[in-house]
Design a protein around this ligand. Structure first.
Ligand SMILES: Nc1ncnc2c1ncn2[C@@H]1O[C@H](COP(=O)(O)OP(=O)(O)OP(=O)(O)O)[C@@H](O)[C@H]1O
Ligand SMILES: C[C@H](N)[C@H](N)CCCCCC(=O)O
Ligand SMILES: [Mg+2]
Length: 236
């Protein structure tokens, strides 16, 4: 079946209010829970950066995502570009002279969309991470023509970051499926109050919150995400 037509709309970009907010952990958990609902889910990390792993996938993010989705899609399809420094694609380009390849990202996304019902695409850093001059994660999401989920922490300061991220989505006319609060900080806001305030201040739905995950096994992720995330809205 040519999924690219029927299911592309189901694909979702997972962005966040910053790097290290938990986009990989949340994307992995969503991939496991959706797979357990018999959704044929694929994963993509268009750009990855950092210290390359010695074995298997270069990017640890990609390893976590591929394991969660249990796909055997080739690495160059899932992660078309890896930069061996911890930086944005733009900075990596300026430092390493390797230009980010947007066309490869978009054509690989199309190929993956033909192989699965739904693709979860993990971003990189926050939504205004620069890829080229005047081309950000926002522009990439627009060209992929898919909605986004925003991952935010529960630490104090997250309200500002979340509102700024939402306002950038609105500026670029990117549909927002919802917010997921990654409540892995022990000194953050109460999730109940944070959910109340974010929804009141932004009119964007909070799809749920995820606690500190001790066990990244399938069974654990499936239990946590099924219990805490409104997957139906995600699949609408
Ligand atoms: N819910 C969680 N439970 C336990 N640890 C978490 C959780 N979420 C994030 N972490 C911790 O925070 C680190 C960063 O999370 P993660 O790699 O998912 O961030 P990211 O937003 O994907 O970052 P990047 O922008 O580099 O892709 C993880 O390596 C893990 O140690
Ligand atoms: C390497 C790191 N873990 C991320 N993958 C890349 C984060 C880019 C951040 C750009 C910035 O806002 O400074
Ligand atoms: Mg990540």
């Amino acid at each position: 079946m040519d999924y690219s037509k029927k299911y592309l709309l189901k694909s979702v970009f997972i962005t966040g209010t910053d790097t290290d907010v938990g986009k990989t952990y949340i994307t992995a958990g969503l991939a496991v829970a959706l797979r357990k609902m018999d959704v044929d889910v694929g994963v993509m990390k268009p750009f990855a950066a950092g210290t390359a792993q010695k074995k298997g996938y270069k990017s640890e993010d990609v390893e976590i995502l591929a394991k969660a989705a249990q796909t055997s899609d080739p690495e160059n399809l899932v992660n078309p570009q890896f930069f061996p420094i911890s930086a944005s694609p733009y900075t990596a380009w300026k430092n390493l002279k390797t230009k980010p390849k947007i066309s490869a990202i978009l054509s690989n996304f199309k190929k993956l969309s033909k192989l699965h019902e739904m693709i979860l695409v993990e971003g990189m850093g926050g939504i205004m991470t620069p890829i080229l001059k005047n081309y950000y994660i926002t522009n990439l999401i627009k060209e992929m023509k898919i909605p986004t989920v925003i991952v935010t922490r529960s630490k104090v300061g997250t309200v500002n970051h979340t509102i700024m991220t939402i306002q950038m989505c609105q500026k670029y006319k990117i549909p927002i499926k919802g917010i997921i609060i990654n409540d892995f900080d022990d000194d953050g806001y109460s999730v109940k109050n944070l959910k109340r305030d974010l929804q009141n201040l932004t009119d964007v739905k909070v799809l749920g919150s995820i606690p500190f995950i001790k066990d990244m096994s399938d069974a654990s992720l499936n239990r946590i995400f099924k219990k805490n995330i409104d997957l139906k809205t995600l699949l609408k």
